[in-house]
Design a protein around this ligand. Sequence first.
Ligand SMILES: [Zn+2]
Length: 124
Amino acid sequence: MKPTSRPAAASRLVYSTEGGRMCPQCRRPMADCRCAAQRAAAPAAAGPIRVSRESKGRGGKTVTLVRGLPLATAELEALGKQLRSRCGSGGTVKDGVVEVQGDHVDRVLAWLLAQGHAAKRAGG
Ligand SMILES: [Zn+2]
């Protein structure tokens, strides 16, 4: 396999699979398609994403916590940054949990859902 992918090669590929079934999502022949496997694997690996509000043990300060995001640390950091700027608050990412200072459960939940995450509210 060559590292470059030219449009000509791509169209030849499409032509060569004429009559075969193509995945509309990744545009590979169904034999090479991993979309279904990814869809099946994601929820099992991820579990539900839970957004909760907590104030215990924080000196009375309320924080919004997002647990169960199926993301690597760098992606969590990026998401945490977006959430913090969205909420106009500070916060951290710690042990896979995104923390935003203040009570922003509704806003965080709405944003996660808009991003395509299957998030739900947890706790009070
Ligand atoms: Zn596919």
